[in-house]
Design a protein around this ligand. Structure first.
Ligand code: SAM
Length: 284
């Protein structure tokens, strides 16, 4: 297959730099540059944006993002073995790729980015979920990014976009849908990766909303949904008992049946409940 950018095929890059995949770093690489370009296109027009890429590995998605016209890519990779391979890409795209070595959970990259910022990543699932929650929960809103295009294992992707009363509905769906439009835009079988993981994967695209979908205090909403879903099979009058005295009355005042369970309550109703709790707390 002809390379999209005159650089060697990824299999060769991996061989040249001895990038044997490490399980503890969640390394399952995408080697098909047509596929990585397709994922890059899911992020929309990149020509006027800086892209923050987490976990570039040998650089398949990085090359896709650059070939699709990203103004500037800032790539954060934990594995020092991948840095020389990424520097070769930086040399082929002068001034358009900044490579940072470190743990994305610890590194502050803000100084390297100019807005608008789009985030793209194919990450191990635990790191990806942790970063997603952080990106959706900054102290102030709107956040520094305008969209997120992220690969997850299929089940996590379904938890992000899940509608109320569905199997995967829970706190992640509420958080994501409160602050963004979230859609699954691509599905990938295990064979798309080298080595192949055990599970299917999916790309989720999240576009931030300028203001959260319904008003609520983020910390109170978080507290309410944590309590409700920690005991998701219990009735809310029991799972939320410790939230405030007279919880049944508060639930009824917001139109929620005290006998309902967390998975039956939509985002709008959870926000109304969070507002009612905030109001009570400000009175007491
Ligand atoms: N993006 C490449 C691709 O699509 O082929 C690699 C994907 S691989 C699933 C995940 C990458 O994330 C690996 O290169 C791994 O070293 C890197 N990684 C894992 N944990 C990380 C962390 N905490 N911070 C930055 N990179 C990390």
């Amino acid at each position: 297959m002809a390379a999209i950018d005159g650089l060697p095929p990824l299999r060769e890059v991996i061989k040249n730099h001895d990038l044997v995949a490490k399980k503890q770093l969640g390394q399952n690489f995408l080697l098909d540059l047509n596929l990585t370009s397709k994922i890059a296109r899911c992020a929309g027009d990149l020509s006027g944006a800086d892209v923050l890429e987490i976990g570039p590995g040998p650089g398949g998605l990085t090359r896709g993002l650059l070939a699709e016209g990203a103004r500037h890519v800032v790539a954060v990779e934990k594995d020092p073995r991948a840095i020389p391979a990424l520097m070769e890409i930086a040399a082929a795209y002068p001034g358009r790729l900044t490579v940072l070595q470190g743990d994305a959970l610890e590194l502050d990259v803000s100084a390297h980015l100019k807005g608008p910022v789009k985030i793209a990543a194919n990450l191990p699932y635990n790191v990806g979920t942790e970063l997603l929650v952080r990106w959706l929960s900054p102290e102030t809103w709107p956040p520094f990014w305008s969209s997120l295009t992220l690969m997850f294992q299929r089940e996590v992707a379904e938890r992000i976009v899940a509608p109320v009363r569905s199997e995967h509905y829970g706190r992640l769906a509420l958080l994501a849908q409160w602050r963004s439009d979230a859609r699954i835009v691509m599905s990938l079988p295990p064979e798309a990766f080298t080595p192949a993981p055990k599970v299917h994967s999916a790309v989720v695209h999240l576009t931030r909303l300028e203001t959260p979908r319904y008003p609520a205090d983020a910390r109170v909403l978080n507290r309410v949904t944590a309590m409700a879903f920690n005991q998701r099979r219990k009735m809310l009058r029991s799972s939320l008992k410790a939230l405030t005295p007279g919880i049944e009355e508060v639930l009824e005042s917001t139109g929620i049946a005290p006998t309902a369970r967390a998975e039956e309550i939509g985002l709008e109703a959870f926000c109304a409940l969070a507002r009612a709790i905030s109001e009570r707390e400000s009175r007491s």
